[in-house]
Write a protein that binds this ligand. Structure first.
Ligand code: UDP
Length: 196
Protein backbone atom coordinates (compact mmCIF):
# COMPACT_ATOMS: atom_id res chain seq x y z
CA UNK A 1 0.00 0.00 0.00
CA UNK A 2 1.27 3.43 -0.94
CA UNK A 3 -0.71 5.18 1.79
CA UNK A 4 -1.00 5.17 5.55
CA UNK A 5 -4.09 6.36 7.38
CA UNK A 6 -3.41 8.84 10.19
CA UNK A 7 -6.63 9.76 12.02
CA UNK A 8 -8.59 9.30 8.83
CA UNK A 9 -6.20 11.24 6.59
CA UNK A 10 -4.59 9.12 3.86
CA UNK A 11 -0.90 10.04 3.77
CA UNK A 12 1.38 9.22 0.88
CA UNK A 13 4.31 6.94 1.72
CA UNK A 14 6.31 8.11 -1.28
CA UNK A 15 9.78 9.55 -0.80
CA UNK A 16 10.50 13.09 -1.95
CA UNK A 17 12.09 11.69 -5.10
CA UNK A 18 9.12 9.46 -5.87
CA UNK A 19 6.77 12.36 -5.21
CA UNK A 20 8.58 14.55 -7.73
CA UNK A 21 8.48 11.68 -10.24
CA UNK A 22 4.72 11.34 -9.74
CA UNK A 23 4.24 15.06 -10.34
CA UNK A 24 6.32 14.77 -13.54
CA UNK A 25 4.03 12.00 -14.75
CA UNK A 26 0.97 14.10 -14.00
CA UNK A 27 2.40 17.02 -15.96
CA UNK A 28 3.30 14.82 -18.92
CA UNK A 29 -0.16 13.25 -18.94
CA UNK A 30 -1.86 16.55 -19.61
CA UNK A 31 -4.96 15.78 -17.54
CA UNK A 32 -7.82 18.24 -17.29
CA UNK A 33 -8.64 18.41 -13.60
CA UNK A 34 -5.93 19.84 -11.39
CA UNK A 35 -3.99 17.27 -9.36
CA UNK A 36 -4.39 18.62 -5.84
CA UNK A 37 -1.42 18.16 -3.52
CA UNK A 38 -1.73 18.87 0.19
CA UNK A 39 1.44 18.94 2.26
CA UNK A 40 -0.38 18.26 5.49
CA UNK A 41 0.81 19.11 8.97
CA UNK A 42 -0.88 18.18 12.28
CA UNK A 43 -3.16 21.24 12.05
CA UNK A 44 -4.71 19.86 8.87
CA UNK A 45 -5.10 16.43 10.46
CA UNK A 46 -6.70 17.91 13.57
CA UNK A 47 -8.89 20.18 11.47
CA UNK A 48 -10.15 17.19 9.49
CA UNK A 49 -11.39 15.66 12.77
CA UNK A 50 -13.77 18.50 13.52
CA UNK A 51 -14.46 20.28 10.27
CA UNK A 52 -16.44 18.29 7.69
CA UNK A 53 -15.29 20.49 4.81
CA UNK A 54 -11.64 19.87 5.63
CA UNK A 55 -12.36 16.16 5.96
CA UNK A 56 -13.94 16.15 2.48
CA UNK A 57 -11.00 18.12 1.06
CA UNK A 58 -8.52 15.55 2.40
CA UNK A 59 -10.65 12.71 1.03
CA UNK A 60 -10.73 14.23 -2.43
CA UNK A 61 -7.13 15.43 -2.63
CA UNK A 62 -4.93 13.53 -5.07
CA UNK A 63 -1.85 13.42 -2.87
CA UNK A 64 -1.29 14.20 0.81
CA UNK A 65 2.32 14.34 1.87
CA UNK A 66 3.60 14.16 5.46
CA UNK A 67 4.68 17.70 6.29
CA UNK A 68 6.02 17.50 9.80
CA UNK A 69 7.78 15.11 12.09
CA UNK A 70 4.55 14.46 14.04
CA UNK A 71 3.04 12.72 11.04
CA UNK A 72 6.24 10.75 10.42
CA UNK A 73 6.25 9.58 14.05
CA UNK A 74 2.56 8.71 14.00
CA UNK A 75 3.11 6.49 10.94
CA UNK A 76 5.99 4.73 12.74
CA UNK A 77 3.82 4.11 15.79
CA UNK A 78 1.33 2.49 13.45
CA UNK A 79 4.12 0.27 12.15
CA UNK A 80 3.35 1.52 8.67
CA UNK A 81 5.97 4.22 8.23
CA UNK A 82 6.02 6.91 5.59
CA UNK A 83 9.36 7.04 3.81
CA UNK A 84 10.30 10.53 4.94
CA UNK A 85 8.97 13.98 5.65
CA UNK A 86 7.82 15.76 2.48
CA UNK A 87 7.31 19.36 3.53
CA UNK A 88 5.67 22.02 1.39
CA UNK A 89 8.67 24.31 1.17
CA UNK A 90 11.04 21.43 0.30
CA UNK A 91 8.67 20.01 -2.29
CA UNK A 92 8.21 23.44 -3.87
CA UNK A 93 11.98 23.82 -4.29
CA UNK A 94 12.23 20.33 -5.79
CA UNK A 95 9.44 21.10 -8.24
CA UNK A 96 11.15 24.34 -9.23
CA UNK A 97 14.39 22.40 -9.78
CA UNK A 98 12.60 19.86 -11.94
CA UNK A 99 10.73 22.66 -13.67
CA UNK A 100 14.03 24.33 -14.40
CA UNK A 101 15.25 21.16 -16.10
CA UNK A 102 12.12 20.54 -18.14
CA UNK A 103 10.73 24.01 -18.72
CA UNK A 104 7.59 23.65 -16.61
CA UNK A 105 5.47 26.74 -16.11
CA UNK A 106 4.39 28.04 -12.72
CA UNK A 107 1.81 30.53 -11.51
CA UNK A 108 2.78 32.03 -8.17
CA UNK A 109 -0.27 32.95 -6.10
CA UNK A 110 -0.30 34.29 -2.57
CA UNK A 111 1.38 36.37 0.13
CA UNK A 112 1.63 40.16 0.13
CA UNK A 113 2.35 41.94 -3.14
CA UNK A 114 5.88 42.75 -1.97
CA UNK A 115 6.68 39.18 -0.92
CA UNK A 116 5.07 37.73 -4.04
CA UNK A 117 7.08 40.02 -6.33
CA UNK A 118 10.34 39.42 -4.47
CA UNK A 119 9.87 35.66 -4.31
CA UNK A 120 8.99 35.54 -8.02
CA UNK A 121 12.11 37.54 -8.89
CA UNK A 122 14.27 35.18 -6.84
CA UNK A 123 12.66 32.13 -8.44
CA UNK A 124 13.33 33.56 -11.93
CA UNK A 125 16.94 34.20 -10.99
CA UNK A 126 17.49 30.80 -9.39
CA UNK A 127 15.52 28.72 -11.90
CA UNK A 128 15.90 30.58 -15.20
CA UNK A 129 14.47 27.79 -17.35
CA UNK A 130 11.31 27.44 -15.29
CA UNK A 131 8.60 29.59 -16.86
CA UNK A 132 6.77 32.03 -14.60
CA UNK A 133 3.45 32.13 -16.41
CA UNK A 134 1.92 34.61 -13.99
CA UNK A 135 1.72 35.74 -10.40
CA UNK A 136 -0.73 37.42 -8.04
CA UNK A 137 -0.69 38.38 -4.38
CA UNK A 138 -2.91 36.55 -1.93
CA UNK A 139 -5.28 39.40 -1.14
CA UNK A 140 -7.79 39.31 -3.97
CA UNK A 141 -11.17 39.53 -2.28
CA UNK A 142 -13.75 40.81 -4.75
CA UNK A 143 -11.37 40.22 -7.66
CA UNK A 144 -11.54 36.46 -7.71
CA UNK A 145 -13.10 36.10 -11.14
CA UNK A 146 -10.38 38.22 -12.67
CA UNK A 147 -7.74 36.20 -10.87
CA UNK A 148 -9.10 32.90 -12.11
CA UNK A 149 -9.26 34.26 -15.64
CA UNK A 150 -5.62 35.33 -15.34
CA UNK A 151 -4.58 31.88 -14.12
CA UNK A 152 -6.53 30.18 -16.88
CA UNK A 153 -4.99 32.37 -19.56
CA UNK A 154 -1.56 31.51 -18.16
CA UNK A 155 -2.44 27.75 -18.12
CA UNK A 156 0.43 26.88 -15.78
CA UNK A 157 1.70 23.37 -15.26
CA UNK A 158 1.86 24.09 -11.54
CA UNK A 159 -0.28 26.53 -9.59
CA UNK A 160 1.58 27.43 -6.40
CA UNK A 161 -0.85 28.67 -3.74
CA UNK A 162 0.60 30.41 -0.69
CA UNK A 163 -2.42 31.55 1.30
CA UNK A 164 -1.56 29.66 4.49
CA UNK A 165 -3.12 26.37 5.62
CA UNK A 166 -5.96 25.54 5.48
CA UNK A 167 -7.12 28.61 3.56
CA UNK A 168 -5.15 27.54 0.47
CA UNK A 169 -6.57 23.99 0.59
CA UNK A 170 -10.10 25.36 0.77
CA UNK A 171 -9.45 27.78 -2.06
CA UNK A 172 -8.01 25.10 -4.35
CA UNK A 173 -10.88 22.74 -3.48
CA UNK A 174 -13.52 25.37 -4.11
CA UNK A 175 -12.11 26.29 -7.53
CA UNK A 176 -10.78 22.94 -8.75
CA UNK A 177 -13.52 22.65 -11.31
CA UNK A 178 -12.70 25.93 -13.05
CA UNK A 179 -8.90 26.06 -12.79
CA UNK A 180 -6.85 25.19 -15.88
CA UNK A 181 -3.68 23.92 -14.31
CA UNK A 182 -2.26 20.42 -14.18
CA UNK A 183 -1.13 20.60 -10.57
CA UNK A 184 -2.24 22.78 -7.65
CA UNK A 185 -0.26 22.80 -4.44
CA UNK A 186 -0.60 24.77 -1.21
CA UNK A 187 2.75 25.91 0.14
CA UNK A 188 1.86 27.97 3.23
CA UNK A 189 4.44 30.58 4.10
CA UNK A 190 7.01 29.37 1.55
CA UNK A 191 7.06 32.59 -0.47
CA UNK A 192 7.95 34.51 2.69
CA UNK A 193 10.93 32.20 3.14
CA UNK A 194 12.03 32.51 -0.50
CA UNK A 195 11.66 36.29 -0.40
CA UNK A 196 13.94 36.24 2.65
N1 UDP B 1 -1.87 35.06 3.08
C1 UDP B 1 -2.44 35.43 1.88
N2 UDP B 1 -3.76 35.78 1.85
C2 UDP B 1 -4.54 35.80 2.97
C3 UDP B 1 -3.94 35.41 4.19
C4 UDP B 1 -2.60 35.02 4.21
O1 UDP B 1 -1.78 35.41 0.85
O2 UDP B 1 -5.72 36.14 2.86
C5 UDP B 1 -0.47 34.67 3.06
C6 UDP B 1 0.41 35.42 4.03
O3 UDP B 1 0.83 36.66 3.46
C7 UDP B 1 1.55 34.46 4.21
C8 UDP B 1 0.87 33.11 4.06
O4 UDP B 1 -0.37 33.34 3.45
O5 UDP B 1 2.51 34.63 3.19
C9 UDP B 1 0.56 32.44 5.38
O6 UDP B 1 1.67 31.89 5.84
P1 UDP B 1 1.65 31.09 7.20
O7 UDP B 1 3.05 30.97 7.61
O8 UDP B 1 0.62 31.64 8.14
O9 UDP B 1 1.04 29.71 6.68
P2 UDP B 1 1.46 28.25 7.08
O10 UDP B 1 2.84 28.04 6.54
O11 UDP B 1 1.36 28.20 8.57
O12 UDP B 1 0.42 27.46 6.38
Amino acid sequence: NQKVDILGVPFSKLSMEQTVRLVSEVIEKDQQKPFHIITANPEIVMGAQTEPLLKKITEEADLITPDGIGIVLASRWKNDPVYERVAGYDLLLKLLEEGNLFGWSFYILGSSEEVNQLATDKIKEQYPNAVIAGRHNGFFRGKEEELIRDINEAKPDVLVVALGAPRQEKWIFEHKGELHTKVAIGVGGSLDVIAG
